[in-house]
Each structure stands twice: as C-alpha cells, then as structure tokens.
Design a protein around this ligand. Structure first.
Ligand code: NAD
Length: 357
C-alpha cells in the first residue's frame, strides 16, 4: 500500500521551497519507484486566513491519516498583531503536541564546498557532522503555570520548566539510539548546577545510559555547551537536551554551517511518524523573490524517506545529489561567496532533480 505524505507549504517562502521538494518526490516516483500519495494541507497564517485557525480541523484529519508530513515554514509580519492563540507559530506548537512529536533531530553537517561560508575558521568546521536531539513537547514552552498577572509596577510574568521522568526517559532513548547509529558518543546538556528540573534530567539520562553500554555518555552545562560549540564543535557527535536549551543550541549549530538555508530537521513520535521541516523560518524578507534556498527542505525530504518511510536508499541518493550540485558550483545567494554567481530557488531544485537521474 502506498504511504501518504502530507505537504504543508505554510507561509512566506514555504510554498516556494516546498514546491522544489515536491519536484524531487515526483522525480523519485517517476524514475526510482517511490510509491507515495501526496496530499496538501494548510498550517500557519495561510490556514488562519482560509479557515480562521492556524491548525484547522481539516489539517488535523489529514495529519492523523498521513505517514509523514513535510512542512515549509509558518509565520510572518501579517499575523503578528492577532491574538496569541491564533498566531501561525501556535499552529506549529499545536501540531507538534497533537502528533506527540517529542523528539526533534537537527543534524548540522558542513558540506566541504561550503566551509568558507561558516563564520568560524574552516579548519574548525570542515567535516563537521553533529546531531542535536531536542525535546520538543515539554519543558518551559509548555509548562504550567504560566502567565502575566497583576497591575502596574506589580505586573509579573512567569513560566515553568518541568519534565516528568517518562518524558526524560524517552528523549534520552532517542538520543542514545541516534548515537548508536553514528559515532556512539552522547553529550547530555542541562543546567543541573542551578535547576532542580535539570538534576532530575541528569539522573534519568545517566540511568538510561545503563541500557546503552556501547555509548560514551557525558554531561555538560548549557552555558559551557554554547561555548564549546563555537570553540571546538567537532568534539560532539550527538547532543541531547531539553526544549529551551535545544532551541538555542541548534541555532548556534546552524550558524556553524554557514547557512540556515541548508539545515533539515525531523520531529518524531514514538511510532516513527514524523514531521520534517527546514530549521529556518518563513523568511518574509525574501518571500516571492526567488532567492530562497530550497536545499534544507529537500534534505528534510531525505530525512522523511529515511526515518518514516524506510527508504534510506533514496535518502542517500538525494543527499548525494545535493552534494553533486554544490560540487558543480551551484549557489543560491545565501551560500554564495562574494562575487560568485547565483541561481534562484527553482534552478537549484531543477539541478537536484537532474543530479538524481
Ligand atoms: P527566518 O529563518 O525566517 O529568517 C532569518 C534570515 O535567514 C532571513 O534573513 C532570511 O531571509 C534568511 N533565510 C531563512 N531561510 C532561508 C532560505 N531558505 N534561503 C535563504 N535565506 C533564508 O527567521 P526570522 O526572520 O526570525 O522569522 C521569520 C518568520 O518565520 C517569523 O514569523 C517567525 O516566527 C517564523 N519562524 C517560523 C519557523 C518555523 O516555521 N519552523 C521557525 C523560525 C521562525
């Protein structure tokens, strides 16, 4: 039976970059025997405009029926002034929670051709290949109580960072499993010197480590981890951490690679269903101009094929095709060095499709 992929283009550059990934899917259907059905849905600002809800029921139903979801990005200035519950980003948080996508895998890999694009010295980042496993459905972004209360000078804003043992156990296992498929090194990042929630985190990760004797486990405070990522990033293989720390560290890792337009991500639940999306946002500043780099989305499709559709063979082909177009010198504006000529979004997509053949 064919697998179902739900496509959620979203807002801003979302439809442009997802359009290129769809061309890659079609090429794989035509020439590599990929057996999938594609459906489209609305998420984010476009869904609010059309149906009055950033994660409408129509999308909830399609998401429940899909084997995997490919998302562009959501958000933009158009929706910044509407009530918080209806903002595009809320739709994103809701679909992650609805599908229980608790594990966010963000690889940060530097293609050798782009070593000069990093803000770090090429020798520090050349050959960089790390994965950050971020807890995505708990922690301070969801913890209750939260709010703003009081009047005048006494107004008080507060949030709560909390993790239950079972939430820590499952993300720890996701971290260890990822490490087992790679270099067998896992660094757990927390703030156990200050936060009780981190004390429980560290104790639990250490206990789960007993199930993975082959993996070398270390612990690091988040402030040090931020420093180490820019000082000597290649010391890491896999990092596992909570929602807030992972949000920040994965953006640092993104910058190490030179372009946020190159980085894919996967968010998985316990059944292996996943939502796959580029790390970047909807880039309203370049939407509609043909400048968006579609490679992060195309590489997200590769992760989708590997993690949710068991087609690691086709994932490898896409990754090789991306390597090939970079080796051939094709660059979108975000990854071009000064003076280098550039291609637009659809030319980059077409080049990947051609390299697949
Ligand atoms: P952004 O990632 O959209 O853009 C940051 C910078 O990177 C911009 O200069 C942009 O032009 C550039 N950029 C991003 N993706 C690119 C690509 N594929 N090719 C070339 N250049 C690219 O972050 P932002 O500007 O902080 O946020 C814009 C909107 O996106 C906001 O509404 C934000 O809430 C939303 N956002 C959504 C997601 C998501 O959907 N997962 C993630 C982050 C931000």
């Amino acid at each position: 039976m064919s697998k179902k992929i739900l496509i959620l283009p979203g807002d801003g550059i979302g439809p442009e970059i997802v359009g290129e990934a769809v061309k890659v899917i079609e090429a794989l259907q035509n020439s590599h025997g990929l057996d999938v059905e594609i459906e489209h849905g609305l998420l984010g600002g476009c869904a609010y405009d059309a149906e009055g809800d950033p994660y409408p029921q129509s999308t909830q139903q399609k998401a429940a029926a899909a084997d995997a979801i490919l998302l562009g990005a959501v958000g933009g200035p158009k929706w910044e002034a509407i009530e918080r519950e209806m903002r595009p980003e809320k739709g994103l948080l809701r679909i992650r929670a609805d599908l229980n996508l608790f594990a966010n895998l963000r690889p940060a890999m530097l293609y050798p051709e782009l070593a000069a694009a990093s803000s770090l010295k090429p020798e520090l980042v050349a050959g960089l290949d790390i994965v950050i496993v971020r807890e995505l459905t708990g922690g301070i972004y969801f913890g209750q109580p939260r709010g703003i209360e009081g009047e005048g000078d006494a107004r008080l804003g507060y949030n709560t960072m909390r993790y239950r043992v079972d939430e820590i156990e499952r993300i720890a296992r996701a971290g260890f499993e990822t490490a087992m498929r790679r270099g067998k090194k896992l660094c757990s990042v927390d703030k156990a010197n200050v936060l009780e929630v981190s004390e429980l985190w560290r104790e639990t990760v250490t206990r789960i480590g007993g199930e993975y004797p082959e993996v070398e486990l270390s612990h690091m405070y988040v402030d040090n981890a931020a420093m180490q990522l820019v000082r000597s990033p290649k010391q890491f293989d896999v990092i596992v951490t909570g929602n807030l720390f992972g949000d920040i560290l994965s953006d640092i890792a993104a910058m190490l690679t030179g372009s946020i337009g190159m980085l894919p991500s996967a968010s998985l639940n316990e059944q292996g269903k996943g939502m796959y999306e580029p790390v970047h946002g909807s880039a309203p500043d370049i939407a509609g101009s043909g400048k968006a780099n579609p490679l992060a989305t195309i590489l997200s499709l590769a992760m989708l094929l590997r993690h949710s559709l068991e087609r690691g063979d086709l994932a490898g082909k896409i990754e090789a095709a991306v390597g090939q177009v970079l080796a051939n010198g094709l660059r979108t504006a975000d990854i071009a060095a000064a003076g280098e000529s550039t291609v637009n979004t659809s030319e980059m997509g077409a080049a990947v499709v051609a390299a697949l053949q």
